[in-house]
Design a protein around this ligand. Structure first.
Ligand code: TLP
Length: 345
């Protein structure tokens, strides 16, 4: 049976060029700072994002955890969206491992936190209260439908952060999707963040790895935190080699994923029982509601999977489909055809 896997861009397999780079990578012990391939990737990532330094970690979750634990001590508080990956999907790592308290404010449909909500969440200096320390943002915003935060919004949050002496961490797991969709240099999207993490292993198709970028001092401190969480690895050039290919060869093609996502969204919007606003589809994530069908999202996905099309249920009636490297226009057409068959019974 033909399988079209739209569950996530994390299912991407490494490209032939990545496998070749992995096989021939020059290696050393990265805990000693001696892996030339890791050093090259970190330098490349820092340069690309316009930050002083970068640090390779094993996952997006580790990148966010290490970043938050580097900014915050026990009893400090982060201001974070109620739909943020850090809040919803990282097993509460910041509090479980770092004693960091979270103050959730509502994510707006466009992925932002309203400035007034951030301001209202900042704590006064009072012994009863945790200390406000860090604002966490996400771009693209996963659970808000892959929407993009703009440089202009980032600037406004920076001004607020400066007013209250707060830091900003940006979960940029899919930051290159945002840069490609907005047509801006990625540097502009991260300039106002003190730290930013991005993933190699999503749309960029590398098998493993994320980078944290920030100032020299921040990255030096983050390197120690990475060691604490067991993330200091040895011949990690095996991983970095694929990451270098990802940055060199896989960024510009994200536009294809966005075109395919739009095709999928336009097709779904016309189907009976399915609700979706195609205008909200800005990048490679397509969220839609199946409340008008006889099924819950989980039932819908189960029936669709039996026909070879895989999607994720991310709410009682909410389904997510993600386009990525390995998914062609014909796969999207096949998925649409399969869904219309399913709906027709
Ligand atoms: N997200 C995964 C799932 O956890 C939902 C996905 O399939 O989208 N930040 C953001 C915004 C993410 O979407 C993810 C992964 C992460 C961080 C964590 O990355 P990993 O999975 O590498 O730990």
């Amino acid at each position: 049976m033909r399988i079209v896997d739209l569950r996530s861009d994390t299912v991407t397999l490494p490209t032939p060029a990545m496998r070749e780079a992995i096989a021939t990578a020059e290696l050393g012990d990265d805990v000693f700072g001696e892996d030339p391939t890791v050093n090259r990737l970190e330098a490349m990532a820092a340069e690309r994002l316009g930050k002083e330094a970068a640090l390779l970690v094993m996952s997006g979750t580790m990148a966010n955890l290490v970043s938050v634990l580097t900014h915050c001590g026990r009893g400090d508080e982060i201001i974070v969206g109620d739909k943020a990956h850090i809040f919803l999907d990282e097993a509460g790592g910041c509090s479980a491992l770092g004693g960091v308290h979270s103050h959730q404010v509502p994510n707006q449909p466009d992925g932002t936190l309203a400035l007034a909500d951030i301001e209202a969440a900042v704590r006064e200096d009072d012994i009863h209260f945790p200390r406000s320390r860090l604002i966490c943002l996400e771009n693209t915003h996963n659970m808000c439908g892959g929407v993009c935060l703009t440089p202009d919004y980032m600037r406004q949050v920076r001004q607020l952060a400066d007013q209250y002496g707060l830091m900003i961490h940006l979960d940029g797991a899919r930051i290159f999707n945002a840069a490609v969709a907005l047509g801006v240099d990625v540097k502009e999207l991260v300039r106002d963040a003190d730290s930013v993490s991005f993933c190699l292993s999503k749309g960029l198709a590398a098998p493993i790895g994320s980078l944290i970028c920030g100032s020299q001092d921040f990255i030096r401190a983050a390197r120690r935190v990475r060691k604490i969480v067991g993330g200091g690895t040895r011949q990690a050039g095996i991983i970095a080699a694929a990451g270098i290919v990802a940055l060199e060869q896989m960024v510009d093609r994200l536009a294809e994923d966005h075109t395919n996502a739009r095709l999928l969204a336009d097709g779904l919007a016309n189907m009976p029982g399915i609700t979706l606003d195609p205008a909200r589809v800005q990048t490679n994530l397509v969220f839609f509601e199946v409340a008008g069908t006889p099924w819950t999202a989980a039932e819908f996905c189960e029936r669709l999977a039996a026909l070879g099309v895989l999607m994720l249920a991310l709410g009682r009636y909410t389904v997510r489909a993600v386009t990525h490297y390995g998914i062609e226009r014909s796969d999207v057409e096949h998925a649409l055809h399969t869904i219309s068959q399913l709906l027709r019974g």
